[in-house]
Design a binder for this molecule. Structure first.
Ligand SMILES: Cc1cc2nc3c(=O)[nH]c(=O)nc-3n(C[C@H](O)[C@H](O)[C@H](O)COP(=O)(O)OP(=O)(O)OC[C@H]3O[C@@H](n4cnc5c(N)ncnc54)[C@H](O)[C@@H]3O)c2cc1C
Length: 309
């Protein structure tokens, strides 16, 4: 519980109104999750810095989220402070255009991947078409090293600006960034845990019609192979080395398996979907059921790609 005194002081630190006891379900693509004690849309790096200092000084639990497209929030929610970027933290800025046609672009972490991709196509910049159809923010995409169709964020990131309680603002170059399969592994923990505030990308000069048709082709492939109707968080499990989680789940005969309102998608077995009124508990139980059955049948223990709050 956030005391009344802390509520008043917290309210003084923010540009936008704090949303108290705010349901988190609308902030996730799963559409699942209880309330956050406080939900704050952060509009500047200075505000973010003030807030993380305040929550830490007052021992309030806190968590930063993006657009919630890779997130399962528990049914009882989160008693502390949930931070996410607001509109002013979503700008795109061209940094440099080289004679060879390459460009450097700085993207504020709250920008959606879709908006950035549209901007790239509009300006004839190539390199991000793999991301067509991936929801989420640039910050979340960098943290997850989001990828598809042979491309990923690590392949286009040149540098990132980050903020942590222990080290303040830092600029990390690509060689300092340890990206792995669906993760950025040197984010840090505790007071050193870094929030990504902006990402610099290196792109190439492309041709609008080619870029557009590449994006359309990627989106069409998604439409064919992924559930359209039910809410979900994308691929639920990471692919084990040399295999695919979807193949293993399907081979275990689990397509269509349900736990309450959660179901293994009939379209793509690696998608756990919310059929309408699923709780986080339903998804969690289904996750466990899938993990155990696949391990029993194949000897492979799947680990979730989805993050938990
Ligand atoms: C229909 C669908 C299809 C998808 N397809 C793909 C796909 O093809 N490939 C793929 O890789 N993913 C896919 N995803 C998953 C998801 O879209 C990506 O992982 C996305 O990049 C997550 O971004 P987000 O802003 O939603 O992050 P969130 O889900 O909000 O957060 C994910 C994690 O990142 C952390 N985080 C978020 N922003 C920041 C920040 N600025 N600084 C530090 N930490 C941060 C959060 O704390 C959390 O731990 C799909 C999801 C859906 C719903």
């Amino acid at each position: 519980m956030i005391s009344q005194t802390l509520r008043e002081r917290l309210g003084d630190l923010t540009e936008k109104e704090v949303l108290w006891d705010s349901p988190l379900a609308p902030y996730t693509s799963f559409g699942i999750g209880g309330p956050a004690g406080a939900l704050i849309k952060v509009e500047s790096i200075a505000e973010l810095q003030r807030l993380i200092c305040f929550v830490s000084d007052n021992d309030l639990p806190w968590r930063f989220i993006g657009r919630g497209s890779n997130l399962l929030v528990g049914d009882s929610g989160f008693e502390g402070v949930v931070l996410l970027f607001g509109k002013k933290m979503s700008g795109v800025k061209l940094l440099e255009r080289s004679v060879t046609g390459g460009i450097r672009v700085r993207v504020a972490a709250g920008c959606s991947l879709t908006r950035l991709l549209n901007w790239c196509v509009e300006h004839d910049y190539e390199g991000l078409e793999f991301a067509a159809g991936i929801p989420g923010s640039i910050g979340g995409a960098a943290l997850m090293n989001a990828g598809a169709f042979g491309g990923d964020m690590a392949g286009v990131i040149e540098a990132m600006e980050v903020l942590s309680l222990a080290k303040g603002a830092e600029r990390l170059m690509r060689k300092q960034l340890d990206f792995g399969y669906r993760c950025w592994s040197n984010q840090g923990v505790g007071e050193e845990k870094r929030i990504i505030t902006s990402v610099d990308l290196i792109l190439r000069r492309g041709e609008k019609t080619v870029l557009r048709s590449r994006c359309q082709a990627n989106t069409a492939k998604r439409k064919k192979s992924q559930p359209k109707m039910e809410k979900n968080a994308g691929s639920f499990f990471k692919n084990p080395k040399g295999d695919s989680a979807g193949r293993l789940i399907e081979a275990s005969g689990l397509k269509g398996t349900r736990c309450g309102g959660a179901m293994v998608s009939e379209v793509h077995a690696n998608f756990l979907v919310n059929t309408g009124a699923a709780t986080a508990e339903d998804v969690y139980r289904l996750m466990k059921m899938v993990t155990d059955k696949v391990e029993k049948d194949s000897g492979i223990r799947l680990s979730p790609e989805v993050h938990f709050l």
